[in-house]
Design a protein around this ligand. Structure first.
Ligand code: 13P
Length: 252
């Protein structure tokens, strides 16, 4: 079975002003010089999407961190998938654990948001992951596979679906699961995808996220069924982020 081309995605979260555009230009130059054997995506705050899309980077695609489940209407302060597409994005992250925690988003909401993204031709990066309590209770696999099953929309196809496994306790903490633990979860997610999409399920990227940095990227990205990374803190500076991207130059 062939594996999908890896995707290394940066989630800038609530960081970055207009001046951060220079990081995209620098990243573009680093990739131009050093190469990249993976696709590259940056998902900035809504306020920066237009500015970063206008750079028209040859190597760095721009996406969003969230969308509303409806296309338009009376939803003050919200942004629709169609609006995001209109700016030139190809991806939307949905169901990040910070949205699940800060905004009470449940699998049903995440499913509806992913469906909205996919319905306008965008790829949904669906985030899942267990808390430390769930892991300690031996429930990590059960929690993650349930989230994957419930969050993928009924109309999803392999071309518009990406899963990001982000253990909540590894986000921004400097802690990471062992390679064995990552493999166990990614294999279980793959099994769900094979069940759902039959053999085509091999073509869906399963990203790992949670304290990925240049120093651990090679180990984590070499794990079976890890097809890229979703990176927070270490994606804010182009040089740090390129350190993760370049792990793929060694993996091949
Ligand atoms: P960190 O890389 O800062 O741990 O964040 C991971 C994350 O939440 C990406 O979506």
């Amino acid at each position: 079975m062939t594996t999908p081309k890896a995707l290394v995605a940066g989630n800038w979260k609530m960081n970055g002003l207009k001046s951060a555009a220079t990081e995209i230009m620098r990243l573009n130059d680093l990739v131009k010089e050093g190469g990249a054997r993976c696709d590259i995506l940056i998902c900035p705050a809504f306020t920066l999407i237009s500015t970063l899309c206008d750079i028209n980077s040859e190597y760095v695609a721009i996406g969003a961190q969230d969308c509303h489940m409806n296309m338009n209407g009376a939803h003050t302060g919200d942004i629709s998938a169609e609006m995001i597409k209109d700016l030139g994005c190809g991806h939307i992250i949905v169901g990040h654990s910070e949205r699940r925690a800060d905004h009470g988003e449940m699998n049903e909401t995440v499913n509806a948001k992913a469906s909205a993204a996919q319905s306008v031709g965008l790829k949904a990066i669906i985030c899942v992951g267990e808390t430390i309590e769930e892991r300690k209770a031996g429930r990590a696999l059960n929690v993650v596979t349930s989230q994957v099953k419930a969050s993928i929309p009924s109309g999803a196809v392999v071309e518009n679906t990406i899963i990001a496994y982000e253990p909540v306790w590894a986000i921004g903490s400097g802690l990471t699961p062992t390679a064995t633990d990552v493999e166990e979860v990614h294999n279980a997610v793959r099994d769900v995808l094979l069940e759902r999409f039959s053999d085509h399920g091999t073509q869906i990227n399963i990203l790992y996220g949670g304290s990925v940095k240049a120093s651990n990227a090679l180990e984590l990205m070499s794990v079976n069924n890890v097809n890229g990374a979703l990176v927070g803190g270490a994606s804010l500076k182009a040089d740090d982020f390129y350190g993760i991207i370049s792990a793929y130059n060694e993996i091949g």
